[in-house]
Design a protein around this ligand. Structure first.
Ligand code: GLV
Length: 341
């Protein structure tokens, strides 16, 4: 009998077919997150699950699904998974880093430019039929080229943004991260310079937030931080809802304390704070920074690679018998004395 795995969200048929070669697959064909009780019910007897950033994998779920051995996410962010609880039960966790870096950085850059050059605002104006003449300062925004790019969180996506800014747009790059990059990497990013968070906020013309969400980054950007930014600055957020205090941001935008913002992620999404929806100077998109067709397919295949490597058994395709390519807790599971898959 093939092991049973669950695909918790609608994904691509090619990915389902690959998994069906080794597993008995129960796939959610609705494009909706199952309520937690339903997810637990579907996971009964399943040894693996392919998830997105929308499903919550926590200790109560793990306790209710004792057969589970692998949780493989097609997202890079993993704040929805209690990794320590998974490790303690010997459950492998993987995410999908790398494959979405450039696509996500492209989108972050597009959002930053849309905010700086007021593209959303101008397009809505035109569609409303309000454009009657050329105007010398009609939708005059801030320049991107030659300005200072501030990157908060200098992981893979932060570096890809810095490269675009420095090498493509002649921007001076400042960044803040827990750890500083080696000097040769900073040089390869056009001389990117580590600064304190306060200096980043004060110096950036365009701040882009790419720091993962965790209790320590909850509301990392709130009223006090926004208050340090230039009144001409923009803020672009492509990380996770909760890193920015959305109500404080809306107030800063409304009062002209910063010029504009562009947001792809929100606290409590898919709900969006009503104050943000009412403002002209913010570009809003529905959590889609990694959404090129090719990249979303690659993300789903990478999650499948991890499931196959973790559970596929001997002869389970090219991944079986190999370590899961992007496991997050291989060492921790061993440390808990649990059987390694
Ligand atoms: C998307 O937000 C991801 O984490 O991949």
């Amino acid at each position: 009998m093939k092991p049973r795995v669950v695909i918790a969200r609608r994904v691509f048929p090619a990915v389902i077919e690959r998994l069906q070669t080794r597993f008995d697959v129960d796939a959610n064909d609705a494009d909706e997150v199952w309520p937690q009780a339903q997810l637990i019910q579907r996971l009964q007897g399943a040894t693996g699950v392919l998830i997105t950033s929308g499903e919550r994998i926590d200790a109560p779920l793990l306790a209710a699904c004792p057969a589970l051995r692998a949780v493989c996410s097609m997202a890079v962010g993993h704040d929805n998974i209690d990794i320590a609880a998974c490790s303690a039960r010997g459950v492998l966790v993987s995410n999908a880093p790398g494959v979405l870096t450039e696509t996500t950085a492209d989108f972050g850059f597009a959002l930053m430019m849309a905010a700086a050059r007021r593209i959303g605002e101008a397009e809505r104006f035109l569609r409303r039929g309000e454009w009657s003449r050329w105007g010398v300062d009609l939708f005059a925004g801030g320049d991107v080229h030659g300005s200072t790019l501030g990157v908060l969180g200098m992981g893979r996506i932060g570096q890809a943004l810095a490269r675009r800014g420095a090498l493509g747009f002649g921007m001076a790059v400042r960044y803040h991260n827990r750890s500083r990059l080696p000097a040769d990497m900073e040089a390869a990013l056009g001389g990117a310079r580590w600064v304190s968070l306060n200096d980043l906020l004060r110096q950036a013309d365009h701040l882009v937030i790419v720091v993962p969400y965790s209790p320590s980054t909850h509301h990392l950007i709130g009223e006090a931080e926004l208050g340090q930014m230039k009144s001409t600055a923009t803020l672009t957020h492509i990380a996770r809802g909760g890193v920015v205090d959305d109500a404080a941001l809306a107030a800063a935008l409304r009062e002209g304390r910063i010029a504009a913002a562009a947001l792809d992620v929100f606290e409590g999404e898919p709900a969006v704070h009503a104050d943000l929806l009412a403002l002209p100077n913010v570009v809003l998109t529905p959590h889609m920074a990694s959404a090129s067709a090719a990249t979303r397919l690659a993300m789903a295949h990478l999650a499948a690679d991890n499931l196959l490597a973790a559970l596929g058994g001997p002869g389970g395709g090219s991944q079986a018998g190999q370590p899961p390519p992007t496991a997050l807790n291989a060492a921790e599971r061993v440390a808990h004395g649990k059987q390694v898959i």
